[in-house]
Write a protein that binds this ligand. Structure first.
Ligand SMILES: [Zn+2]
Length: 448
């Protein structure tokens, strides 16, 4: 009953109050997802042409880069014609941040997203409001493929609960609308996991959401504690590689299939599994994706006009599906899988577990002058921090590293800071953000 009211009353009321059209967009997206692939492609081509013309007219970076490459939006007659346009890398994005913002927008009034991206490279992204609303609708649509329905409570296994960033307003919004229950993965202990299990038993969330390794850790500790009566409608795993062995344990404990979702802060949702769980559907309504021969995914954002990303190299390697259709009947194209981010949990001398993904994200965003970061836990008292730095890195950055290590791990932990030219990808295309040589035993104790 509460879920019904929340879906049909609170969400529309709040959307009207915030002047957000995302619920209208959601209705459109739910209808058009069953359009034939040719219709989807035609819609993408039309959206692409509009975006290219807009970028050419108002974004200084593209005007220069496209002139140098002798390409022009008016030459694009098919999606394949885009291949002649130059690729935008993360380094380009960092270097030309200002020139990538459309002159049609006032940069100070745009929504700013700070992210460490999918490869640990800190970036500033600007997004216009209609694009935020459209992307929100896309994400709700694919999250509903998991079995969850908008309005049902969500349990989040996540570092840095979002609502805390927005003070009283965020707290109220969470209380009335999202009604989310959190397990903070930056500070995990056996007691907190037990508390969280109690909370989700009481609140019966429709969705459990988190990074693959956090969902797995949660499932392992519930399994060990003999808890087998938590039954959400869906589970969404996001932002990093979900291994089959992790999926198996999570599904066994919660009795529901895991929906694997892939995206990045720069363009939001890129692809998600549907209820068939046989590959991931590309979010063709918001991004156009290209998988070149080397597998390194390129995305073109079809909706964000404030800072259009065109042929942007996300940094992850994608395996295409060979053009097969999904049995769910949706016309959105499929990819087979993503070789994305991989990270271990680390453990502090006091016995707290910390999600490696959340930890490296925090380091990359908080240390001035960081271009990329990788943390290796050699022993309980020794860390190796590998960093690609840029011109902005200096004494303040070094002090910040020392401060963060002390704050997160306690005073007795020493670290070596290694400034390197690059943090290489594994041969498969995986990025290992965080490697721990000591947490494994502890994690085994949790699940054995
Ligand atoms: Zn499908």
């Amino acid at each position: 009953m509460l879920d019904f009211l929340n879906r049909n009353l609170m969400h529309p009321l709040m959307a009207r109050r915030e002047r957000s059209r995302h619920l209208d967009y959601l209705r459109v997206l739910e209808r058009t997802q069953y359009d034939q692939p040719a219709v989807v492609r035609a819609r993408q081509l039309a959206a692409l042409k509009v975006q290219l013309r807009h970028a050419h007219a108002t974004v200084p970076y593209y005007r220069t880069a496209w002139r140098a490459a002798a390409v022009h939006p008016e030459d694009v007659r098919s999606l394949a014609d885009l291949e002649a346009f130059p690729v935008v890398t993360k380094a380009d994005l960092r270097r030309h941040e200002r020139d990538l913002i459309s002159s049609a927008y006032d940069a100070a009034k745009l929504r700013l997203k700070r992210t460490s991206g999918s490869t640990g490279v800190p970036l500033n992204i600007r997004i216009d409001e209609p694009a935020v609303q459209w992307k929100t609708a896309c994400t709700i649509r694919s999250d509903q493929w998991s079995g969850w329905r908008l309005g049902q409570r969500v349990a989040k296994v996540w570092g840095n609960p979002e609502y805390r960033q927005f003070g009283l307003k965020g707290w109220l919004r969470n209380l009335l609308l999202d009604r989310a229950v959190y397990l903070d993965t930056l500070d995990l202990t056996a007691d907190r996991i037990a508390e969280f299990a109690k909370a989700i038993r009481r609140h019966r969330p429709g969705l459990i959401f988190g990074h693959a390794h956090s969902l797995y850790l949660l499932a392992c500790s519930l399994k060990k504690a003999g808890v087998d009566d938590i039954r959400p409608n869906g589970i969404v795993s996001t932002a990093m590689i979900l291994h089959d062995w992790q999926r198996a344990v999570i599904e066994q404990v919660f009795g529901v299939p895991v929906t694997n979702r892939y995206g990045c802060e720069e363009v939001s949702l890129i692809a998600s599994e549907c209820e068939a769980h046989h590959g991931l559907h590309l979010n063709a309504d918001s991004v156009h994706a290209e998988v070149p021969k080397d597998g390194r995914l390129l995305v073109t954002d079809l909706t964000n006009r404030a800072m259009p990303l065109i042929r942007y190299q996300v940094g992850d390697v994608v395996v295409p599906s060979g053009g097969r259709d999904c049995r769910c009947g949706r016309g959105l194209p499929l990819i087979e899988r993503v070789e994305g981010r991989e990270a271990d949990y680390v453990i502090t001398p006091a016995g707290r577990l910390i999600s490696g993904i959340s930890l490296t994200e925090n380091f990359a965003l908080l240390i001035p002058g960081t271009a990329q970061v990788q943390i290796v836990q050699e022993s309980l008292s020794h860390l190796r921090i590998r960093m690609v730095s840029d011109a902005g890195f200096g004494d303040a950055g070094r002090r910040k590293v020392a401060g963060l290590v002390r704050e997160v791990f306690g005073p007795g932990v020493r670290f070596d800071l290694e400034l390197v030219d690059a943090i290489p990808q594994e041969p498969s295309g995986k990025y290992r953000f965080c490697i721990s040589h000591v947490a494994r035993d502890h994690l085994q104790a949790l699940s054995a």
